[in-house]
Design a protein around this ligand. Sequence first.
Ligand code: ZN
Ligand code: ZN
Length: 313
Amino acid sequence: MHQSAIAGSGSSIRKALILLGLSLGIIIASLASSRAGLEVATLHPMVTDLAREVGGKHVIVFPLMKAGEDIHNFRPSSSDMARARSADILLASGKGLELYLPRLRKALSGSTRVIEAGNAVRSVKLSAKDALFACCPEHAAGSIDPHWWHSVSGMKRAAAYVAREFGKTDPANKDAYTSNARVWGKKLDALETWAKREISRIPRSKRYLVTAHAAFGYFCRDFGFVSIPVAGPSEGNVSSKYLAEAIGQIRKNSVSVAFPEINANPRALDSIIKTTGIRRGKALIADGSESSTSTYRAFIEHNIKVIISGLAG
Ligand SMILES: [Zn+2]
Ligand SMILES: [Zn+2]
């Protein structure tokens, strides 16, 4: 009696243990399946959106550069470095935007893979005239224009490239990354089709884009505009010779509007507007870092709407 009671309780304990083991197994399995495949630190608000779109639920994104920061003067802090070191991947914008990237790459070697999203995008080179109004002296004539995010088809190529790179580090979720990039690519196609349809309302003879710094090279290449930058991102040494030339071009081509930039010093543009009497458009987002528009789609839609309101009709 006593023995069978013990046997009985022994078997219930066994059953309870088996049940416990099963539920633990289920908990562990569900934890494993919900655990992100990759941790990705990002260096530009537009590549943050790219990482989220391509990574989906398999990636945790840590934006080192937040929307609204000055992309040309950003330098990773020591806590950014620690974050980058513990991530699997550091996703940079690339194309020479991050002048500190070679040093960063060296500092991270072994712990974190560095991927440059812009690698997949066909480059625009800065002309001598545009380089006068580039972001910094390092971006001189003949160097690659780093502002590739203005190319919607370029962003689509970057997504496919980043998906392949994520898949190399996290092969278990390779197919998910490929499929996410394809889904986002279709949305980007639709965004570009919409943008081209909107732009078709602007007569060809009016497709001059007068902006502050030379950030719209990719936009002008893809959408058929002539880019006329007239001032750097901050007060620099604007050559009076070029200013005279820019004013000449504005007059010769009957350019009607100059677009200021969000986060740019307006002074040089102000003097051009005063000298030529052209209208001031609404502000464009040049560097893809504006706190009110942190998604890529919102960024493109903002600029297209501003350009249409300034140049169509
Ligand atoms: Zn620069
Ligand atoms: Zn810029």
